[in-house]
Design a protein around this ligand. Structure first.
Ligand SMILES: [Zn+2]
Length: 68
């Protein structure tokens, strides 16, 4: 793990913890752990995530935009 903080954008190096697809959502837990989810799994776990995560960095809107 690099030096912490949620400031950075999610990169192609970041993979969903569930399926290994490209991650678009990063959730920070109170214990400092970060969870990464693809768009599919972030939706699947969104209600639980909003309850437990102290910060959620969501870049799923990048999926809706056409590539530049
Ligand atoms: Zn996934």
């Amino acid at each position: 793990m690099a030096d912490g903080g949620l400031a950075g954008t999610i990169t192609a190096m970041d993979r969903c913890d569930r399926c290994g697809a490209q991650a678009y959502v990063r959730a920070l837990l109170p214990n400092g752990l970060e969870l990464l989810f693809c768009a599919h799994h972030s939706r699947q776990h969104s209600s639980a995530l909003t309850k437990v995560a102290v910060d959620i960095h969501d870049e799923t809107d990048r999926l809706a935009r056409p590539a530049a």
